[in-house]
Design a protein around this ligand. Sequence first.
Ligand SMILES: NC(=O)c1ccc[n+]([C@@H]2O[C@H](COP(=O)([O-])OP(=O)(O)OC[C@H]3O[C@@H](n4cnc5c(N)ncnc54)[C@H](OP(=O)(O)O)[C@@H]3O)[C@@H](O)[C@H]2O)c1
Length: 253
Amino acid sequence: MQKKFCFSEAHVGLVFGAGRGIGLGIVKALVEKTDVKVHALYRNEERSSDLFEYYKDNTDRIELHLCDPNSESSLIKVSQKLTSIDFIINSIGVLHDEKKDINPERKIEDCDVKSLMELYQVNTLISVLLYKVFKNFFKKKDPTLFSSVSAKVGSITENGLGGWYGYRMSKAALNMFLKNVAIESSRRASNISVVSIHPGTTVTNLSKPFIGKTSYKLHSPEEAGANIIGVLDDTLTGKEAHFLSWDGKTISW
Ligand SMILES: NC(=O)c1ccc[n+]([C@@H]2O[C@H](COP(=O)([O-])OP(=O)(O)OC[C@H]3O[C@@H](n4cnc5c(N)ncnc54)[C@H](OP(=O)(O)O)[C@@H]3O)[C@@H](O)[C@H]2O)c1
C-alpha cells in the first residue's frame, strides 16, 4: 500500500538555498510549524545574514552548513556529518544574475549558450547532484520526501506565452529528472514522495525585476515557505512524482 510523507512523523530534514528568499521562508516554516531538526545549507555568508539572524533564536532547531551545492565533494562532506535524513527540499534557483550575464530571453536571438548552460547547472543539475549524493538516506521503511522548488513556467503543457527559454527549459528538465527519481526509487523499494513545487509569485531578488505589473497574487517568502510545507505534507510516496502549486493544485507536466 502507498504511504504518505508527513512532517509530523519526520525528524530531520535538509533545506538547500536556505540563506535567503524562499529557502529561508521554508526554514522558518519548518521551525514554526513542525518539530523537525533543520539542516540549513547556504553558499554565501554575506547573502545569508537573515538566516544567521534567525538562527540566533533557534539554535536548538537549526544546524547551519556552508556548502557549495555545485560541488559533489562539498555535498559528500555534508552527507558524512549526518546519520539520518527524512527529507530534502531544494530551493536553489536562478532566473537572472547580478552581473546581467543571465537575463530571461524574449526571443531566440537573446539565447546565449553560456547563460543557458548556467541555468541548467543551477536549476536542473544541482537537484541531480543532491539526489545522487544523498540517495542512500532514502532507503528506509518510513516515508521520506525529495522536493525541488520548480516553477509553473516549466510546465510544457501550460506554456501559452513562450519566452524565458533558459528558465522554462531548465525547470522542465528538472521536472523530468524528478519523474525519473520517483520511478527509480520505487524500483529500489525506497519509500519517497517526489515533488516538484511551484511557490507562487514571491517577493525575492529573483522575482523583483518582473513583478511590477503582475496580476498574480504576491507572497512574502514566509508565506511561500508556509504554503510549501503545507502542500508537501501528506503527499503520496511511490513511482508517480507530483507537480504541485502553492495552493495544493496539481500542475500539468
Ligand atoms: N520568487 C518567485 O516568484 C519564484 C516563482 C517561481 C519559482 N521560484 C523558484 O523558487 C526558488 C527560490 O527562488 P527565490 O525566489 O527564493 O530566489 P532568491 O531569493 O534569488 O534565492 C535564490 C537561491 O538560489 C541560490 N543560488 C542562486 N544561484 C546559485 C548558484 N549558482 N549556485 C548555488 N546556489 C545558487 C541562492 O544562493 P546564494 O544566496 O548563495 O546566491 C539562493 O539561496 C528558485 O528555484 C526559483 O526558481 C521563485
